[in-house]
Design a protein around this ligand. Structure first.
Ligand code: TD4
Ligand code: CA
Ligand code: NA
Ligand code: ZN
Length: 304
């Protein structure tokens, strides 16, 4: 059933596992994620960004989730990913989101603190969880290309947690969104992560965590794509981050790669087909498989 993110954050933090947070923009991804969670008996965050809302419309995205709120036995939250303003959070509240992120991490610290505190005052009385971010991921951040990386300051994280009352914190520890995450070798700042957990004891969120699996990258390149130098976070680094206190892992790129690789192969093989379902069904199946793989990696199978 549809539940508050608070429930998912608290249980993951208590038992030391991570809940998968999977982005969706349409029915196919949403269905694949929920079926994967059901089969793995795992809790999940269903999350949409503001650009997902711009693409599909919030009434479609939230409407689909509310339509199936009692159709799956596993608990799932509907989360606003990278909310950029109080207005965006208010819209999500109006459409029955059960968790929000307010991402003011590229603004001056004091602004981040004040706006995040405001969002907590709006959401907490409604039982809606609030996630915020400290530090900046490289790559696309607030639609600004290749913003300067800023890693989280663990001392500031403690003050921020106390000053805002947030339910969860996303500390920037070296990851980036998308399929091209690292200039050189993949490197997460595990010591910094350990100190943030030690000082805040909050549920922590890992952004930019996709593995960017070579089997999907290869297939995309074989069927007309051009993903040169695509690189993600190794599975062992995700495991290590969860051991050190990550309790929600954001996963978008891995679903995109699974979907697009299958779509490209099907489109090139079935040259007479014009029924979208013939292509979308196997593509959905592949998304479901990669969601199950990530749920198992996060240690959340059987934790519903
Ligand atoms: O941290 C992540 C996912 O990281 P990943 O790219 O490693 O999967 N996310 O927060 C997912 C958001 C990705 C951007 O979505 P839009 O294109 O809709 O703006
Ligand atoms: Ca940010
Ligand atoms: Na988020
Ligand atoms: Zn993110």
């Amino acid at each position: 059933p549809l539940v508050s993110g608070k429930l998912l954050f608290e249980r993951a933090n208590e038992f030391g596992f991570a809940v998968g947070a999977f982005n969706f923009n349409n029915m196919e991804f949403l269905k694949a994620i929920l079926e994967a969670a059901q089969e793995e008996e795992a809790p999940v965050f269903l999350q949409t960004t503001e650009s997902a809302i711009g693409y599909a419309g919030i009434e479609f995205l939230a409407g689909m989730v509310h339509a199936v709120k009692d159709s799956y036995k596993v608990p799932f939250a509907l989360h606003l990913d990278h909310g950029r303003s109080v207005e965006s959070v208010l819209l999500a509240i109006r459409y029955g989101y059960t968790s929000v992120m307010i991402d003011y991490s590229d603004k001056p610290y004091k602004e981040n603190l004040e706006v995040t505190r405001k969002v907590v005052s709006l959401c907490s009385p409604l039982g809606i969880s609030v996630e915020a971010e400290l530090g900046r991921l490289v790559g696309r951040e607030d639609e600004v290309e290749s913003v300067e990386e800023v890693l989280v300051d663990p001392e500031q994280a403690k003050e921020f947690a106390l000053g805002t009352g947030i339910d969860a914190l996303a500390p920037a520890i070296g990851t980036a969104h998308g399929a091209f995450k690292f200039k050189g070798e993949p490197r997460l700042d595990f010591e910094r992560l350990r100190r943030v957990k030690e000082r805040t004891n909050l549920p922590l969120v890992l952004h930019g965590a996709s593995g960017v699996y070579y089997e999907y990258v290869n297939e995309i390149n074989m069927y007309g794509g051009e993903l040169k130098g695509a690189r993600g976070v190794p599975d062992d680094d995700v495991r290590r981050a969860i051991e050190l206190g990550i309790n929600k892992v954001n996963t978008d790129t891995d679903l995109r790669l699974a979907f697009i690789s299958t779509l490209r192969r099907m489109m090139s093989e079935e040259r007479r087909n014009v029924d979208p379902r013939k292509f979308l069904k196997p593509a959905m199946e592949e998304v479901k498989e990669v969601v199950k793989r990530r749920i198992r990696l996060y240690g959340s199978s059987g934790k519903a």
